[in-house]
Design a protein around this ligand. Structure first.
Ligand code: 5GP
Length: 186
């Protein structure tokens, strides 16, 4: 049976596989320099940040990796406004340096939620490295310390980012065609 090609659902590519690899190297090498002599915990936010996490951490030195799952999106294209902790991380982070690995920071609600959670638990420091920073989407104050790309206000998928759990495996980041999530636009 012929499978439809998911690349056809993409309106335009914003960041190619090669551009993302370069950004991961740049951010990973910067983190390696900034955390020289330390062993930070890389906290990868499931599921979107997994590809970004593994590509960045290849360029780092000593580091541990942990995962956290939070939800704010309900699988659609708009943030629900409230953030829930779905799966907690499995280690004591008191006194540790944490680097949150995000796929995208939009309203900033998810990041603010995590930073407050980690600080409440006694993290020594909390920084954020996000593949994409959608600065125009900010509703609450949230700072991204290491940015792959500043992304315009569009709904993007690929390289970890999904729409209804699909497209995460695209090697690039692109804008999803409107007719995919809005059938009336076809
Ligand atoms: P925030 O809490 O900053 O509004 O949103 C963070 C989360 O919203 C991200 O981790 C991601 O799951 C989702 N998100 C925000 N913008 C986009 C987007 O353009 N595409 C996709 N696929 N997810 C997004």
């Amino acid at each position: 049976m012929n499978q439809p090609d998911m690349n056809n659902d993409i309106e335009r590519v914003l960041y190619s596989e090669a551009e993302i690899a370069k950004a991961a190297k740049r951010v990973g090498e910067q983190l390696a320099a900034d955390y020289e002599g330390q062993t930070p915990i890389i906290l990868s936010v499931l599921k979107g940040a997994v590809l970004w996490t593994v590509d960045v951490m290849r360029h780092m030195q000593y580091a541990e990796v942990e995962f956290i799952d939070i939800s704010s999106y309900n699988g659609g294209i708009a943030s629900s406004g409230s953030v829930d902790l779905v799966t907690d991380l499995q280690t004591d982070i008191a006194g540790r340096d944490i680097i949150i690995m995000e796929d995208i920071v939009d309203t900033g609600r998810s990041l603010k939620f995590m930073v407050e959670l980690l600080k409440d638990r006694g993290a020594k420091s909390v920084k954020t490295a996000s593949l994409l920073d959608k600065k125009d989407g900010r509703v609450v104050e949230a700072t991204v310390d290491y940015v792959g790309f500043d992304v315009p206000k569009a709904f993007v998928v690929g390289y970890g980012l999904d729409y209804k759990q699909l497209y995460r495996n695209l090697p690039y980041v692109g804008v999803l065609k409107r007719e995919v999530y809005d059938p009336q636009h076809a």
